[in-house]
Design a protein around this ligand. Structure first.
Ligand code: HEM
Length: 138
């Protein structure tokens, strides 16, 4: 058992329960998220060759998998490193990970309102930071 060092058990629980809510609103969350991401990073739009709905599904499925595997983050690290290397090949820059994180937190906050409270937001911030760091290390 090893969670990302920055996350405690309570935060893992907050992430899991809020992800269930996000799943209920997934269509609108995805639109909000990509809209915000391309507002922050207009040039990143051109990096995506596949359609945004198709891409959204990949990102969403990967997040789901990550969240199910949070108790064993170390075994994910190698996969995240490979994914990160692929991302560098797509032209993704370190700065883009920060924009993704802020676009995602913003979209979740818009969709969930008061259910996306400060502790939940902090837990997601830590998760997205840990995932991005593991990808960039690749
Ligand atoms: C939390 C971090 C991220 C996750 C979990 C994630 C997930 C994924 C997944 C699962 C794919 C499918 C192919 C593959 O595995 O390489 C993918 C492709 C891609 N991602 Fe990400 N990604 C992340 C961050 C980013 C960021 C920050 C950007 C840039 C703004 C980005 C841009 C792309 C692009 C351009 C592709 C290729 C799309 C295509 O095939 O046309 N990703 N991502």
């Amino acid at each position: 058992m090893s969670r990302p060092a920055a996350l405690n058990a309570e935060q893992v629980e907050l992430i899991r329960s809020s992800f269930d809510l996000i799943t209920e609103y997934s269509d609108s969350v995805i639109k909000l998220f990509y809209g915000r991401l391309f507002e922050l990073e207009p040039a990143a739009r051109g990096l995506f060759k596949i359609s945004i709905p198709e891409q959204a599904k990949k990102l969403y499925d990967t997040l789901g998998l990550l969240i199910r595997s949070l108790d064993d983050f170390e075994t994910l690290r190698a996969e995240l490193a490979i994914m990160g290397r692929n991302h560098a090949g797509y032209g993704v820059l370190p700065r883009h990970y920060e924009s993704l994180r802020s676009a995602m937190l913003w979209a979740f906050g818009q969709a969930l309102g008061p259910d996306f409270d400060r502790p939940t937001r902090e837990a997601w911030f830590q998760l997205l930071t840990a995932v991005s760091t593991a990808m960039m290390e690749g």
